[in-house]
Write a protein that binds this ligand. Structure first.
Ligand SMILES: [Zn+2]
Length: 144
């Protein structure tokens, strides 16, 4: 029996909602019950280094970016809410597209998990930005 990405995300969201609001080893253990250890560690590492950035622009849904060592990816944690997409969340990284959506070998990517955890623990950097900046954020992504 395989669990689809939307079903999986719902499970994770339910779990995260019940986590304590402080990062602890219990958080790690609880997450590990549902997700591979490597994924949990990678997501917590992004959080630890405040690599999740929330870009705010008045009137536009906030954009999240997960800063990596080599690339930065845009994460839309709630696209399904607006009815804009059949997927509940989206990340622009290759592992989300290939491993989660296409081959379904991974439950989710570390960026989506990190953004959800960052939200729960309030561990993100917040940056106000202009529409031009939002446009340039999207354009940056086209670069290799
Ligand atoms: Zn990703």
């Amino acid at each position: 029996m395989s669990t689809t990405f939307p079903e999986y995300l719902q499970l994770i969201d339910n779990l995260i909602a019940q986590l304590p609001t402080e990062l602890s080893s219990q958080v790690f253990n609880d997450l590990q019950a549902l997700l591979p250890e490597q994924l949990v560690l990678a997501a917590l590492d992004l959080l630890d280094r405040f690599q999740v950035v929330k870009y705010m622009y008045h009137g536009v849904a906030p954009q999240y970016r997960a800063l990596g060592t080599t690339s930065t990816y845009t994460v839309f944690p709630d696209v399904g809410d607006a009815g804009a997409s059949p997927l509940p969340a989206f990340c622009s990284c290759p592992s989300f597209i290939y491993a989660v959506l296409m081959s379904e070998t991974h439950a989710m990517c570390k960026h989506i998990l990190a953004v959800r955890l960052a939200h729960h623990f309030s561990m993100f950097s917040e940056r106000p930005c202009t529409l031009d900046e939002i446009a340039s954020i999207s354009a940056e992504e086209e670069q290799p």
